[in-house]
Write a protein that binds this ligand. Structure first.
Ligand SMILES: Nc1ncnc2c1ncn2[C@@H]1O[C@H](COP(=O)(O)OP(=O)(O)O)[C@@H](O)[C@H]1O
Ligand SMILES: [Mg+2]
Length: 378
């Protein structure tokens, strides 16, 4: 059983005058799979390297099982790491690379062989076990690095973009393998990626960072359905959520190109929060913007005419791009059974007003998130 906590962690590199990580706080329970996600430069690797003991913690405490371990050396923290730049021993075979950590820890030879054989099977490496790293592709080498970490069960696995060198298909299968191995071993895993799909598919909880600070911590569902601010709303989900600036008044939202009715429940929240007569940002995922008679009948006061600026055929659906404000392109996703569209077509689009988000135009904080927090703590 392990439990780890990061308390008020800050990081300032000696040669830098700004903080790379600010006020990072989280408690992680035994067996959790935590994904640190965010754009390049937001402080993910820095945070992971502090947990690994490869970077000093400038301020704050890192606690494993009740013990502050800020000054415990990396090798005494009982962690296994995989980094984007996998350093394999070039003169050793794949088998010896994967088994090396076990050999150092004096595991019996037949035990090492069994463990290496098993992990090789999981990572599709069986036929390469006798090769040297230089005889492997980048993707195969990266899987050897994963195998080397996952062949033993430490207190903590740390992974920094371990799938970035794999092609899309292998990334998806290896992702599933990592999740499965994690469930089997049950050790806490902290996984860094810039890819929101990896975060959504693998995490028990996601920590979304921007510019050194945590934006939101929660399950994939919590971040997707109840984003705390515009940054979280647009980072999670593909295509990115549409944000449309407009005016809220008398239960209606009006932007340059359309007026739609706000749902009863959203109206109650917006009115209670004092937004009547104010400008705000409407957030609508493309999946909430549809077309066709079925939607027009279901949401008669949420329809508007527009011109198709572009369309992307994706097989099971089509993304349509339209202007809802000058120079701003928005996107809807039409499923099968909805009208087919061509560029320059005039179409009627329908917004499903049961699936909308609203953000304060100045702070970009979600109005529904704030209201939900308040009702939970009441
Ligand atoms: N060794 C270093 N010295 C000074 N600044 C650094 C160092 N490593 C990273 N940084 C800075 O810290 C910030 C966070 O970097 P990093 O943690 O690598 O981001 P991420 O992994 O999210 O892409 C960046 O602004 C980066 O330039
Ligand atoms: Mg990084």
């Amino acid at each position: 059983m392990s439990k780890i906590s990061l308390k008020n962690i800050n990081k300032k590199y000696p040669n830098s005058d700004t903080y790379s990580v600010r006020d990072f706080n989280i408690d992680i329970e035994d067996g959790e799979f935590i994904v640190l996600v965010g754009p390049s430069g937001c402080g993910k690797s820095t945070t992971l390297r502090m947990i690994a003991g490869l970077e000093d913690i400038t301020e704050g405490e890192f606690i494993i099982d009740g013990q502050v371990v800020n000054n415990v050396s990396s090798k005494d923290r009982d962690i296994a790491m995989v980094f984007q730049s996998y350093a394999l021993y070039p003169h050793m075979s794949v088998r010896d690379n994967v088994g090396y950590g076990l050999k150092l820890r004096h595991f019996p030879a037949n035990d090492i062989k069994d463990r290496v054989d098993n992990i090789a099977k999981d990572l599709f490496l069986t036929e390469y076990l006798e090769r040297k790293p230089k005889e492997l592709s980048g993707g195969q080498r990266q899987r050897v690095a994963l195998g080397r970490a996952m062949v033993r069960t430490p207190k903590l696995y740390l992974m920094d973009e371990p799938l970035s060198n794999l092609d899309a298909k292998l990334r998806a299968t290896t992702r599933t393998e990592i999740s499965r191995m994690h469930r089997e071993k049950g050790a806490i895993t902290i996984y860094v990626t810039h890819d929101q799909v990896e975060a959504m598919t693998m995490a028990d909880r996601i920590v979304l960072m921007s510019m050194g600070e945590i934006q939101q911590i929660g399950t994939p569902k919590e971040l997707f359905e109840n984003p705390k601010n515009c940054f979280v709303a647009t980072f999670m989900g593909m295509p990115s959520m549409n944000l449309i600036k407009g005016q809220y008044e008398g239960g209606q939202f009006t932007c340059e190109s359309f007026t739609i009715a706000v749902s009863e429940s959203d109206r109650a929240i917006l009115d209670a929060a004092g937004y009547n007569g104010k400008s705000l940002l409407l957030g609508a995922r493309s999946s909430a913007i549809r077309s066709g008679k079925k939607y027009e009948q279901a949401f008669p006061d949420c329809c508007f005419e527009t011109t198709v600026m572009n369309s992307e055929y994706l097989g099971d659906c089509v993304n349509v791009f339209f202007n809802a404000a000058p120079r701003n392109l928005f996107i809807g996703t039409l499923g099968s059974g909805e009208p087919s569209v061509e560029i320059d077509d005039k179409i009627t689009l329908v917004i499903d007003n049961n699936q909308l988000h609203f953000f304060d135009a100045d702070t970009e904080e979600s109005i529904k998130f704030v209201s939900k927090q308040a009702s939970m703590s009441a």
